[in-house]
Design a protein around this ligand. Sequence first.
Ligand code: THU
Length: 136
Amino acid sequence: MKISNQELTLLKEQAQQVLTKAYAPYSKFRVGAAVLTNEGNIFTGCNVENSSYGLTICAERTAVASAIAHEGGDKMKLRAIVIVSDPEKPCAPCGACRQVLSEFGWEAMVFFQGKDHKIMELTVAELLPEAFEFTI
Ligand code: THU
């Protein structure tokens, strides 16, 4: 189902709000993310860095984790995610986050700022073609 302008505005507002909560003392690059689930709920997340740099968690993944904690991992499906950061810099979701998003919504819309201030609107499937899937 297409994301309405009203939903998009709400997602942007929430992502912008949670960005202020980011813990980014090392990179100083704050990121906020807001996901919209199939249930119609919005959950947010911010990046959480660590002095052991590799343990850093991106905003997208903390937002997904929050959605699962509230709706349950077996039910939660993503409809959309908005990612915001420094308006002067692009912030596309990293490869690890694309893989995590793919687990919960192939057709989910992903909104972020690309290069040259371009607002990008792509599905998870477009962002991660030929993704790994584990079938039992
Ligand atoms: N970061 C995110 O939160 N999301 C992304 O999609 C890209 C990168 C964070 C991780 C780290 O705290 C900072 O941005 C710089 O890499």
